[in-house]
Write a protein that binds this ligand. Structure first.
Ligand code: SDX
Length: 435
């Protein structure tokens, strides 16, 4: 399992006084010198809690999985820079790294790849699951429900080996679930996974192959998809990962926790943004490509329009994943052909934003979703499947965080406090006495 998360010894302290009550709180620092006030004693010593809607200034845990420096645009999985992993690794190797904490040896990787391949099939009863749902169902709630339903096929008592087995089955079966939800939505028969195809190719074939005509996987497309999965594999305490940790903290099983993470990812402010970006670019193109008019609307406080794919809670500089994807867009479109019109519009929007005071003053830069959709579109992924691809990529990260939480003997159920703003005590009024 992943190495225990080591917490640094107390490095400093801070004194707080409130209404005559004093408390000295420790300041802890992580391996990259991030500092935090440990407020465990705050309420018992002063009666105070902290309040941080959106948790923008609140650390929820110690974690040794992913490091982000939002000011410098740094992203590392278990210490390895995303640029090096993108260039030299593979998605299944990154999945092992995130979950186990170290790069696999050649034999470990080969065994892991074989293990994944052997578990890509779904129980035959799951086929009825998909046909029970409406054809026009968005694939994200279908995948969230399917992952939750998988738990019914694995009802063993949970122990460390079972948790590992479930992690393998989730990574192996997620592409099959995704492809089958798509096939159901277009009224085509599903294709079973094949054991002779690598991960991304197996998914592409299940998506675009039919019993009448097999799908020949273009190695450039398969590599682009594998890269997209690597870039989405983890991102520390983002909304969906925090959701997985929240659900896992109650000791709910991994299926239930991942299902909740998929639902959180669907939101348009989070993983759903990649679908919103393409719809935004297509709308701009349909209206004649007037990017200046669109940008005015994105800055107008009276207009709900946002420049989707821009801005980030943590990155206050260029998201390193967006930089890699921007380069990849050009390679993929050049290889598979298809219109570069959406990419041209995206590049124009970025050029305007990077010199516009509104965006510069708010430190709004392209995030991972700004260019990912252009590549998904170029390789033929239907728009409503974009966020599903994000979920397939993020799955190892969710699993790694869930394992880290469950392996931490000090972890407790997450139960935040609040500041109550409702009515003070008042007596019940009988129904007949109410007007
Ligand atoms: C992901 O957390 C993660 O790590 C997420 C993620 C991951 O890998 O898991 O990186 C994946 O979710 C990327 C983000 C995808 N979402 C979008 O692209 C949607 C568009 N972006 C925004 O909605 C927004 O930037 C967020 C949600 C990403 C971040 O929101 P914050 O940190 O809460 O910032 P905010 O909404 O308070 O905005 C600050 C200011 C506001 O203006 P003022 O009130 O100061 O005048 O910036 C403005 C906002 O109106 N603003 C934007 C904008 N994003 C923020 N204005 C126009 N267009 C935008 N995209």
């Amino acid at each position: 399992m992943a190495p225990e998360t080591r917490t640094k010894p107390i490095q400093d302290q801070i004194d707080l006084e409130f209404e005559g009550k004093r408390v000295t709180l420790p300041v802890v620092k992580g391996s990259e010198a991030e500092a935090a006030i440990d407020i465990a004693k705050l309420r018992s010593s002063t009666g105070l809690i902290t309040l941080d809607p959106g948790y923008g200034n609140t650390g929820s845990c110690y974690s040794g999985i992913t490091f982000i420096d939002g000011e410098k645009g740094i992203l590392r999985y278990r210490g390895y820079p995303i640029e090096q992993l993108a260039e030299r690794s593979s998605f299944l190797e990154v999945a092992w790294l995130l979950i186990q904490g170290e790069l696999p040896s050649q034999s470990q990787l080969a065994n892991f790849q074989q293990l994944i391949v052997r578990h890509t099939m779904l129980h035959e009863d799951m086929r009825r699951f998909f046909t029970a749902l409406p054809k026009d169902a968005h694939p994200m709630p279908v995948c969230a429900a399917a992952i939750g339903a998988l738990a019914t096929f694995y009802q063993r008592q949970e122990d460390e080996q079972f948790r590992h087995d479930v992690a393998v089955r989730l990574i192996a079966k997620m592409p099959t679930i995704a492809a089958w939800s798509y096939k159901h939505s277009i009224g085509q028969p599903v294709l079973y996974p094949r054991n002779d195809l690598p991960y991304a190719s197996n998914f592409l074939r299940m998506m675009f192959g039919t019993p009448c005509e097999d799908y020949v996987v273009d190695p450039v497309v398969a590599k682009a998809l594998d890269l997209l999965l690597i870039l989405h594999a983890d991102h520390e305490q983002n909304c969906s990962t925090s959701t997985v940790r929240m659900v896992g903290s109650s000791r709910a099983n991994l299926f239930a926790s991942i299902s909740a993470g998929i639902s959180a990812l669907w939101g348009p402010l989070h993983g759903g943004a990649n679908q919103e970006v393409i719809e935004m670019l297509e709308a701009i193109e349909a209206e004649g490509g007037n990017v200046d008019r669109f940008m005015q609307r994105a800055k107008d406080k009276n207009d709900t329009t946002r420049l989707m794919g821009f801005g980030h809670r943590v990155y206050k500089s260029y998201d390193p994943r967006a930089a890699i994807l921007k380069r990849t867009c050009k390679e993929v479109i050049g290889r598979v052909g298809g219109s570069s019109r959406l990419l041209e519009i995206a590049i124009k929007l970025e050029e305007i934003a990077l010199r516009d005071e509104y965006f510069v003053s708010r430190k709004l830069y392209p995030n991972v979703d700004f260019y990912s959709g252009v590549i998904y579109k170029a390789i033929g992924i239907p728009v409503n499947m974009f966020t599903v691809l994000f979920a397939i990529g993020r799955l190892p990260g969710w699993i790694a965080h869930w394992m880290e939480l469950r392996n931490d003997p000090a972890s407790k159920i997450n139960r935040p406090r609040q500041i109550y703003t409702g009515p003070k005590e008042r007596p019940y009024v009988a129904l007949e006495a109410r007007r």
